[in-house]
Design a protein around this ligand. Structure first.
Ligand code: HPA
Ligand code: ZN
Length: 335
């Protein structure tokens, strides 16, 4: 084992940018299709994997929404969540804050309750079995209307004590954060936190809106912020955490080569960078794969990697006592 691989493995980490539906591995997709009598346009696991070639975000999203069709019953969502937690437990991940896409399910006739109850039961059992603490974030699909988002927020009310906040994902271009300013304000009034994808494909102006209009507690991706010097300085000054997803950026052609990934530049500019997997089943790597591939491509030092792990702890909403313990563990590794 190279020293970087061993070091990444030894680091306690949190994952803060993960779409649970994007952790659906082809094997589980096939098994759930069979269990639920859902017809897939693929005959084998190999055929599914071969379909995972994307030129942009939309090409991925089309296949991602299709993959969700196998998730029908509460236990499907439970199995999906447990499979993800089992996998990142192997990566020494200690805490997760995961997204789910309620509208991806309610749109096809699966109730909000079916999806969230299965996921929450998985998170609870995952903590018992693997010691992974967690929070759940419900994301609005930005290609759908403001009205649809408001309806989803209304549906979510019985679960608000178990939901950390709202997020914003799906097709970024043409769907600026301003479209959801009022929904996010309503969510904030209900005590929910705010997260949003910004600057993955969209321009710096969209990131600006995430800050000014949505008042995000954390920014998902944020790559294109670097095109605007004043915006970059503002993100650094306010220490707004960025949940960067290197292998996702590579698969969705946000970067042409991992060696050209801006993560190191972000660190050097004082941005609060974290490393995450986004949709690991579709993008070819879980949490540690992202740390290791990025370290190798950008020649990151152990200090850089430890900084990203520290940031993942302090940018999370895990309780302060647990944060302190995990930070001390990281300090011990560097000493
Ligand atoms: N970007 C936007 N929406 C998404 C993504 C992503 O990477 N993954 C799942 N929904
Ligand atoms: Zn994402």
């Amino acid at each position: 084992m190279s020293s970087i691989v061993g070091f990444v493995q030894s680091l306690p980490k949190a994952e803060l940018h993960l779409h649970i539906e994007g952790s659906l591995e082809p094997e589980l997709m096939m098994a759930l299709a069979k269990r639920n009598g859902v017809k897939l346009p693929f005959a084998s696991v190999e055929e599914i994997r071969r379909a995972y070639e994307f030129q942009n975000l939309q090409e991925f999203l089309d296949i991602y929404y299709q993959g969700m069709s196998v998730l029908q019953r509460e236990e499907d969502f439970y199995d999906l969540t447990m499979a993800y937690l089992r996998r990142v437990h192997a990566d020494n991940c200690r805490h997760v804050e995961i997204f789910f896409d309620p509208q991806g399910h309610t749109e096809r006739g699966i109730s909000f309750a079916t999806a969230i109850d299965g996921i929450l039961r998985g998170l609870a059992d995952g903590e018992k079995e693997f010691g992974i603490t967690s929070h759940l974030i419900m994301s609005f699909l930005r290609h759908l209307s403001e009205d649809d988002a408001f309806q989803t927020l209304e549906q979510s009310k019985p679960w608000h004590d178990r939901i950390l906040g709202v997020g914003l994902d799906s097709s970024e271009m043409g769907h600026p954060p301003s479209k959801f300013e009022r929904v996010f304000a309503a969510a904030r009034d209900m005590g929910l936190k705010s997260f949003a994808h910004g600057g993955e494909e969209g321009p710096p102006a969209y990131v600006q809106e995430c800050l000014d209009l949505l008042q995000v507690d954390r920014l998902d991706h944020g790559n294109r912020s670097l095109e605007d010097e004043a915006l970059t300085a503002r993100l650094a000054e306010a220490q707004i955490a960025l949940t960067v997803c290197p292998l996702s950026n590579l698969k969705l052609c946000v970067v042409d080569d991992l060696q050209n990934h801006p993560l190191k530049v972000m660190i050097d500019k004082g941005l609060k960078v974290t490393i995450n997997s986004d949709d690991p089943s579709y993008f070819g790597g879980y949490l540690n794969d992202n740390y290791i591939a990025t370290a190798e491509a950008l020649d990151l030092s152990k200090e850089d990697l430890a900084l990203c792990a520290r940031n993942s702890i302090t940018a999370s909403f895990m309780d302060a006592g647990r944060q302190k313990l995990l930070l001390a563990e990281i300090d011990g590794l560097l000493a």
